[in-house]
Design a protein around this ligand. Structure first.
Ligand SMILES: [Zn+2]
Length: 90
């Protein structure tokens, strides 16, 4: 499992392994601990995590938003769950 999180320093979306204790932000070098930041969604594969993190970043930029609402986060989780159901792992 991979968690999509946001760097508390520079607010860049990134992802980390669920069992990783912390990760250094690739952009600003801030330490990201999963217990201290919002987890937007957890996904199965790093490739998916990377894609979704990029999409979320773009979504906020395009909509000039600072963060996602709980409702938006919920929608993204449901969308991902639906996508996994229609693309079962081999
Ligand atoms: Zn950062």
């Amino acid at each position: 499992m991979y968690l999509i999180v946001r760097c508390p320093g520079c607010l860049t979306f990134t992802y980390m392994d669920k069992y990783q204790k912390w990760k250094l932000c690739p952009v600003c070098g801030e330490t990201i601990s999963p217990g201290k930041v919002q987890v937007y969604i957890d996904v199965n594969k790093p490739g998916e995590a990377e894609t979704i993190a990029r999409q979320l970043q773009k979504y906020l930029q395009d909509n000039k938003k600072k963060d996602l609402s709980n409702e938006e986060i919920q929608n993204i989780r449901e969308e991902y769950a639906g996508w996994v159901r229609s693309n079962p792992p081999l």
